[in-house]
Design a protein around this ligand. Structure first.
Ligand SMILES: [Zn+2]
Length: 431
């Protein structure tokens, strides 16, 4: 028994030391060439995490491989701070055992060193506009913005992509053909990291990679650019250029311009809870109550890679990047076994089978057919003496708008229960 307890303790300790990174793989079986894009090492550099999030959700990779970690330093992104436990990008040469970033740094190092990783990009927003000669206060050699950063000219081992200087120059020329304004021009910044007086640069992620003969570059868009979408635009232009150099073929489902990027950034997407609730996070009310979830081990699946959940004093705070989108107040339930996967509805007089955790669109009215064993609860509907609200035709005027889930009061919850256990929810969206 004692042995078992020790074993259990060991397992839980290892679990806490292992960070679960949000690694998204887009792969093709024909090739081992892999580009690794790392975003969000600094939590207050949104160009550096929105760009990889869009890469993850709006690009299709047709040849070779793309691995994406959009939000390496998620806890700092949530607070919009460079690093809540200090600068994560200065922890790659040495890190204390009790450092709160230790698990993440160890994990990302392991990924960088995988044989299949061919080239690494670390994304940032930096100050000003980097120029080789000073052209004033924000355009000068000390600035970082709008630069392709390399630690040295070449990697000292002839691997593919060993010539960092040549690749960065090529990317720079490519970006400079697509500038929206002339002063957004990119330059190559060689930090000559190896030199003695660059001790802090030697602790960075890219230098760790270089020392292990892994080609690595930083992309720095400027903090001085007036909008996040503009930063993301240049990040994506740069990443596409690296993909071109590596022969990674891709398609994207939007036009690469500021407006479409802006629209994508504002789309919070959906949140699926325990595979039985689906919430559209756009236009949702700030707070929802009596959400039927489990006391522990709930699964939260976001369509947006920058989604995260924080539990504070019994409520669940739902974030997209640093934006608090929703506060969920739970009502704890046991999840029922053997629930139906689909429910029979009458939508505007038409019979439809509706999958659990989905949304239906209604013009006039809906009716849920009598189910075998489950009880139906339409939140916002009330009829005295009625406990199971199936077989009742319900229209918009029958619903108390206070119970809608969205700000426009158009979307309502239909919940299915079996005995006193929860099965699933369907959203009814009035057109
Ligand atoms: Zn940075």
């Amino acid at each position: 028994m004692k042995f078992l307890t020790t074993l259990f303790l060991l397992v839980s300790i290892t679990l806490t030391l292992e960070a679960k990174l949000n690694l998204i793989k887009k792969e093709n079986p024909d090739s081992n060439t892999t580009l690794l894009v790392i975003g969000g090492i600094h939590g207050n550099e949104p160009g550096g995490y929105y760009a990889p999030a869009i890469l993850a959700t709006h690009y299709k990779i047709l040849s070779k491989n793309l691995w994406i970690i959009p939000n390496l330093n998620e806890a700092s992104i949530l607070k919009f701070r460079r690093g809540i436990h200090g600068d994560m990008n200065r922890k790659f040469a040495y890190i204390k055992n009790n450092d709160k970033d230790k698990a993440i740094v160890s994990e990302i190092k392991k990924i960088i060193l995988l044989p299949r990783i061919s080239l690494i990009l670390n994304l940032h927003d930096g100050h000003g506009f980097y120029r080789q000669k000073s052209e004033g206060r924000i355009y000068n050699p000390k600035a970082w913005g709008q630069s392709c950063v390399i630690d040295q000219c070449k990697i000292l081992k002839k691997t593919p992509y060993f010539n960092l200087e040549k690749i960065a120059q090529e990317v720079k020329h490519d970006i400079n053909k697509k500038l929206l304004k002339k002063h957004h021009s990119f330059n190559v910044k060689n930090t000559h990291t190896k030199k003695d007086h660059y001790k802090d640069m030697q602790e960075s992620l890219t230098y760790f990679a270089i020392k292990h003969y892994k080609p690595a570059f930083a992309i720095e868009t400027s903090k001085s650019l007036p909008s996040v979408s503009l930063k993301v635009f240049y990040q994506l232009v740069a990443i596409e250029s690296y993909m071109k150099i590596m022969g990674i073929k891709y398609t994207r489902d939007f036009k690469l311009n500021k407006n479409s990027i802006n629209k994508i950034i504002k789309d919070y997407g959906t949140l699926e809870i325990n595979h039985n609730i689906l919430l559209n996070l756009n236009d949702i009310k700030k707070s929802l109550s009596y959400i039927p979830i489990k006391l522990e081990y709930n699964s939260f699946k976001f369509s947006n890679p920058l989604g995260s959940v924080k539990k504070v004093r019994g409520s669940y705070f739902i974030y997209i990047a640093n934006h608090l989108v929703l506060k969920l107040k739970p009502q704890y339930f046991v999840m029922a076994d053997d629930c139906q996967e689909k429910y029979a509805f009458d939508i505007d007089g038409k019979k439809v089978l509706v999958p659990k955790a989905s949304e239906i669109f209604v013009s006039d009215d809906f009716k849920i057919s009598k189910t075998n064993k489950s009880r139906v609860n339409v939140i916002g509907y009330y009829k005295q003496g009625v406990k199971n609200e199936s077989e009742i035709k319900i229209s918009y005027k029958n619903l108390n708008k206070k119970y809608a889930v969205d700000k426009r009061s158009k979307i309502f919850r239909v919940e299915f229960y079996k005995n006193n256990e929860f099965c699933s929810m369907v959203m009814v969206h009035f057109k």
